[in-house]
Design a protein around this ligand. Structure first.
Ligand code: SER
Length: 621
C-alpha cells in the first residue's frame, strides 16, 4: 500500500537530497497575477524567477501546489480528470537543465529506494520541433541513454509537448512528458501510442528557455529553467494499481459518505459530485464566495453542477451531504492524507465553508423547487390534453422559460421530461433561445443608433470602429460578448458589453493591437439588404431594429485586397465606405458599467494622411 502522505513526503525528501529548498503552496487565487483566474500550475507564482529575478530561497525549489483547472471540466467524470488537484513540482532557475531534470525524474520514479515503478511500463514524449523551436533531440538522447527504446519515444507538436506561457506572454518552452501503462491485465505494448488512454501522463518536465513576446515571437530567456509538474492524484492512482483516481484513498473516504446518501449507481454523477465538492471546499477555504463574476462564478458553477448530479442520484438533502463531505475532508479519521496539516486554512475557515455551501444550496434550491413545480404543472396539462404518448412533447417555449427563469440547463429539463415519458422540443427550445438573443440585441440596437451624437465624418468613423471593436472583443474574449449599449461622439466611443469580469492588461493590449491591425489596412465597408434569416446565416451580429419589410441592412467590413472579413453586423448606419490608415486606436478606460457588463471608452488619433470616404450621410438606408 502506497499511502498518499508517504508519497508526498518522499517526493519532497528526494528533491531535498538534490539540494532543493521546499517552499509552501501558493493560494489558488493568485495574489499578484491578473493574467489568470486561478493557480493552474506550480510555476504561476514563480514567473518572475523564471524570467531572471533571484529567488530568496535559491535556484532549486520544490513544493506541492494546490491547483484549479476548469478547462477540462467536461472531462470530469472519466477516470483521471479533476478540477482541483495537487501538483508535485521541482524548479531550476538557470541552474540544472535537461540532463539532471530527466535523470532525477527517472531515478525518483523507478528506483526501489523511492517509488520503484516498473521501467517497462514507462514511455515518453518529446517536442517534435516547428518554426519557433527545434526538435528536442537533446531530451530524446537523454532518454535513450537511460535505456528508453525509440519505440517508446513519441515526438509530438506544440499542442502536446510545449508548456506556457501561463498568460499571453512570458516564459515557456518544450517539454518531455512521462507516461505510465496502467492496464494491470496486459503488459505494456512495445510501441508507445499516445492515443491509447491506458498510457496515462504522470509527469511533465518543461524546459523553459523561451519568452513569448506580445508580438507572438519566442525569444531566448536570459537563463535556462526547468519547471516540472507531477500530478499527485494520478501518481497515487498508479502506485496503488487503481484504474481511476476516485478509487484512491484521496477520494474513497468521501465516496463512502456519498454512497450512504444514495441507492442509485451512476459513476459519472458520483465522480462529478466528489470532484466538484472538493473544489468548492478548497475555493471556499480561501474565503471566496459564490457570485456571477469571475472566480465566484466558477465556484457557483461547481456547486450547482454538483447539486444537479445529486438529483440524478436521487439525493434530496443536498445540504446534509455537502456538510458531511466537508466534515470528512477536514476532520475525517479515515483519511490517511491530513489535508488540514498541509492547508490549515481548511480548518480555520471550516464554518465559513459550510455556511457558504448551505447558502448557495438554499439559493439554488429556491429556483429548483419553483422550476420543478412549473415543469410538473405543464407535464400534467400535456398528459391531460394529449392522449397519444408519442405526441406528448414539452414545447420549446416552455423549455426556454425553465432555462431563462429558473436557471435550468436544458439537460435538467430533458431529465425531468424523461422521467415522465415526455419528449422535449429541442429545436423549438433552440429557436426560442435564438429569438431571445435577437430581441435583446434588438433592444441594444435601439440604444446603439440613439447613441450616435451626430453624423459627422469622425463620428461615423467611430461608429465603424465600434463594429470592429465588437468583433475583436468576441474573438479575444469569447462569443459570450454581446453589445449592451453604445454612445458615440466626435471625441470618443463608448461601448458596453457583456463579460463577467475586469479585463486584464494583457487582454486590453491584445484588443487594442487587433483593432489597430485591422484599421491600418485598406478596408471597404459593404452595405447590403437581405432577409433576416440570410443575415443570421451569415453570422451577422446586431438585430432587426432596422427591418424594412422582411429585409435588414447588413454592413460587412472587409479587407479590400484580400476579402478577409472583420465584421458583419445588422445595423442602420451610417458608416464609412472605405478607408486606409485611419490612425491609432487607443482604449482609454475599461470599467464596470453594471453587473456583468463592462464598458470600454476609446479614442482614435486620426492619421492626417488617412483616406476615408463616408457613405449614408444622414440616411439610414
Ligand atoms: N507547468 C507544467 C505543467 O503544469 C509543469 O509543471 O504541466
Amino acid at each position: 500500500m502506497n499511502k498518499p502522505s508517504e508519497i508526498r513526503k518522499k517526493f519532497l525528501q528526494f528533491f531535498e537530497t538534490k539540494g532543493h529548498i521546499i517552499i509552501p503552496s501558493a493560494p489558488l487565487i493568485p495574489e499578484n497575477d491578473p493574467t489568470v483566474l486561478f493557480t493552474t500550475a506550480g510555476m504561476h507564482p514563480l514567473v518572475p524567477f523564471l524570467l531572471g529575478q533571484p529567488h530568496p530561497a535559491g535556484k532549486r525549489l520544490a513544493n506541492v501546489q494546490k491547483c484549479i483547472r476548469t478547462v477540462d471540466i467536461e472531462e470530469v467524470g472519466d477516470t483521471i480528470h479533476n478540477t482541483f488537484f495537487e501538483m508535485l513540482g521541482n524548479w531550476s532557475f538557470g541552474d540544472y537543465f535537461k540532463e539532471k531534470s530527466i535523470n532525477w525524474s527517472w531515478e525518483f520514479l523507478t528506483t526501489k529506494k523511492w517509488l520503484g515503478l516498473d521501467p517497462n511500463r514507462i514511455a515518453v514524449s518529446c517536442f517534435a520541433g516547428d518554426e519557433d523551436a527545434p526538435k528536442d533531440e537533446d531530451a530524446a538522447d537523454i532518454w535513450r541513454r537511460i535505456g528508453i527504446k525509440d519505440d517508446k519515444i513519441a515526438f509530438l507538436s506544440k499542442d502536446d509537448n510545449w508548456w506556457g506561457p501561463a498568460g499571453q506572454t512570458g516564459p515557456c518552452g518544450p517539454d518531455t512528458e512521462i507516461f505510465y501503462w496502467i492496464d494491470e491485465d496486459n503488459p505494456a505494448p512495445k510501441k508507445f501510442d499516445p492515443i491509447d488512454n491506458r498510457w496515462v501522463e504522470i509527469w511533465n518536465n518543461v524546459f523553459m528557455e523561451y519568452n513569448k513576446t506580445k508580438a507572438g515571437k519566442y525569444e531566448p530567456l536570459t537563463q535556462k529553467n526547468v519547471d516540472t509538474g507531477l500530478g499527485f492524484e494520478r501518481l497515487v492512482m498508479v502506485l496503488n494499481q487503481k484504474r481511476s483516481i476516485y478509487e484512491t484513498e484521496l477520494f474513497t473516504p468521501l465516496n463512502v459518505i456519498l454512497q450512504k446518501h444514495t441507492k442509485k449507481t451512476d459513476i459519472k454523477s458520483e465522480r462529478i459530485i466528489l470532484d466538484h465538492t472538493r473544489t468548492a471546499i478548497f475555493l471556499l477555504s480561501e474565503k471566496l464566495t459564490p457570485s456571477n463574476l469571475e472566480h465566484g462564478y466558477v465556484l457557483r458553477k461547481v456547486i450547482r453542477r454538483a447539486i444537479r448530479r445529486m438529483r440524478n442520484l436521487e439525493i434530496k438533502d443536498y445540504q446534509d451531504l455537502f456538510k458531511k463531505l466537508t466534515h470528512e475532508l477536514i476532520n475525517g479519521k479515515n483519511f490517511d492524507y491530513p489535508y488540514i496539516d498541509y492547508y490549515p486554512e481548511l480548518k480555520t475557515n471550516e464554518n465559513f465553508i459550510v455556511d457558504e455551501l448551505v447558502k448557495e444550496t438554499v439559493r439554488f434550491e429556491k429556483v429548483l423547487e419553483k422550476g420543478i413545480k412549473e415543469f410538473n404543472k405543464s407535464a400534467e396539462q400535456i398528459k391531460q390534453k394529449i392522449k397519444d404518448p408519442n405526441k406528448q412533447v414539452l414545447s420549446g417555449r416552455l423549455a426556454f422559460k425553465l432555462y431563462d427563469t429558473y436557471g435550468f440547463p436544458i439537460e435538467i429539463t430533458k431529465e425531468l421530461a424523461d422521467e415522465k415519458n415526455i419528449k422535449v422540443d429541442i429545436k423549438g427550445y433552440q429557436k426560442a433561445y435564438q429569438q431571445h438573443q435577437e430581441l435583446s440585441k434588438q433592444a441594444t440596437e435601439g440604444k446603439f443608433k440613439g447613441g450616435l451624437a451626430d453624423h459627422s465624418e469622425i463620428t461615423t468613423i467611430y461608429h465603424s470602429l465600434t463594429h470592429i471593436l465588437h468583433s475583436v472583443l468576441r474573438k479575444t474574449l469569447g462569443s459570450h460578448v454581446e453589445q449592451k449599449g453604445s454612445n458615440i461622439t466626435a471625441e470618443r466611443l463608448r461601448f458596453d458589453f457583456s463579460h463577467p469580469g475586469k479585463l486584464t492588461l494583457a487582454q486590453i493590449d491584445e484588443i487594442q493591437t487587433q483593432v489597430n491591425r485591422i484599421i491600418s489596412r485598406d478596408l471597404e465597408i459593404i452595405k447590403e439588404k437581405m432577409a433576416l434569416d440570410q443575415a443570421l446565416a451569415k453570422g451577422a451580429l446586431g438585430l432587426f431594429a432596422d427591418k424594412y419589410g422582411d429585409k435588414v441592412t447588413v454592413y460587412t467590413i472587409q479587407n479590400k485586397q484580400t476579402g478577409e472579413i472583420y465584421s458583419t453586423e445588422i445595423c442602420g448606419g451610417p458608416h464609412i465606405k472605405d478607408s486606409q490608415n485611419i490612425g491609432s486606436f487607443k482604449i482609454i478606460k475599461e470599467e464596470s458599467s453594471s453587473a456583468g457588463i463592462r464598458r470600454i471608452k476609446a479614442t482614435v488619433i486620426l492619421n492626417p494622411k488617412r483616406s476615408t470616404s463616408v457613405r449614408d450621410w444622414g440616411s439610414r438606408n
